[in-house]
Design a protein around this ligand. Structure first.
Ligand code: PMP
Length: 354
């Protein structure tokens, strides 16, 4: 009997699925996924109930969208939610770009970008970060062609933890044609303390082609429930809704997100605690002689170059699981108890590099 294979899209056959990094041993600190180390707030958990899981969720997530809209002073129709901000980004990309179209972003950046672009059938155009590990926004705007449909700007950038400044972003927007969708991915914006950094909420309504992308996974600690959102022009959000997989945002996720907004103060207090841990990590690294870009997300980028895989093993031997990404290590800011081990590992790496 001849075996037949179904015909798949050739560009998909070459793709490697999204990788999470190796699992952490039970006694190791898992600092490899930029997660929030805190348990969910009891006040958020108290709102969750499983008694309705035989029913479908509200497909439009109306109440949550209404609450987000009220917070940002926009219409409910200007808000779109998805099963993680990655899902909303997939909607935006497939609403705007298809075969023959280009999607432009900085590299290195979030690992899911190239996958989402390929899934839409479009072509990725990657512009290298500058020597300071920051986006080269001038290089990005110069690379826009008649085929460019979407530009993604990630601030703070995963994995380098660097931000785009407000002034840089405004200059960039002035250079981007208004028929090109700009997605400002602000997954980590709640951790930003740099006063010069771009803040998406200050730009709402100022650009007809700008969409902000946010998530409940990081500062709000709901990564496991999968919920994120975008804010932008209504017709763009309508297009995202049209291509969204129906019913993929669970009732549990919607309820938890609403409860998190109600208890935002407590959650942002945790963000400040994590930022204090981040400060301890950075000052420890600097005193060891590391040169690291000033971090604005809940993670720190260690440029380890050719020694990256070895360095990741050193961290693992100290009970710290980090993410090795090409030319560096991304280390999440986690439990206070992880700092000492983390710095011991970093010291071993930096002293053998000398
Ligand atoms: N954007 C960036 C820059 C990220 O790092 C991540 C998660 N690692 C996401 C978006 C997606 O997060 P989620 O789908 O959990 O909202």
């Amino acid at each position: 009997m001849t075996t037949h294979r179904v015909q798949l899209r050739p560009e998909i056959a070459a793709l490697v699925p999204y990788r999470q990094g190796a699992p952490a041993e039970a006694d190791a600190f898992k600092l490899s996924s930029n997660e929030n180390p805190f348990e969910p707030l009891p006040s958020v958990l108290a709102k969750l109930s499983t008694h309705n899981i035989n029913r479908y969720p509200d497909a439009s997530a109306h109440e949550l969208r209404k609450q987000i809209a009220a917070r940002f002073g926009v219409t409910t129709e200007s808000v779109q939610v998805g099963a993680g901000s990655v899902a909303v980004l997939a909607q935006l990309i497939s609403a705007a770009a298809a075969r023959g179209d280009e999607v432009l972003y900085s590299w290195r950046s979030f690992e899911a970008y190239p996958l989402l672009v390929s899934a839409a059938g479009a072509t990725s155009v990657q512009i290298a970060n500058g020597a300071d590990h920051r986006h080269d926004l001038a290089g990005m705007s110069a690379a826009i062609t008649a085929s460019t449909r979407v530009v993604i700007v990630c601030s703070p950038n995963n994995p380098t933890s660097t931000v785009v400044t407000d002034a840089e972003f405004r200059e960039f927007m002035a250079a981007v044609p208004e028929n090109v969708l700009v997605v400002l991915d602000e997954a980590y914006c709640e951790f930003v303390t740099d006063p010069e950094a771009v803040r998406g909420e200050t730009l709402l309504g100022k650009y007809p082609n700008l969409v902000l992308l946010r998530t409940f996974s990081k500062a709000y600690g709901l990564a496991g429930l999968r919920i994120g959102y975008a804010i932008g022009p209504e017709y763009v959000m309508d297009a995202a809704r049209a291509v969204a997989i129906p019913l993929s945002v669970t009732e549990l996720a919607q309820t938890a997100a609403i409860a998190s907004l109600e208890h935002e103060d407590e959650l942002l207090q945790r963000v400040r605690r994590l930022n204090a841990v981040r400060d301890r990590i950075v000052s420890g690294l600097l005193s060891q002689g590391w040169t690291v870009p000033a971090p604005s997300g809940n993670f720190v980028w260690l440029p380890t170059g050719a020694a990256t895989n070895w360095a990741a093993e050193v961290f693992r031997s100290h009970g710290i699981v980090v993410r090795a990404l090409g030319e560096g290590l991304r280390v999440s800011v986690g439990e206070e108890e992880s700092v000492e081990k983390l710095l011991r590992a970093a010291h071993e790496v930096v002293s053998s590099k000398e």
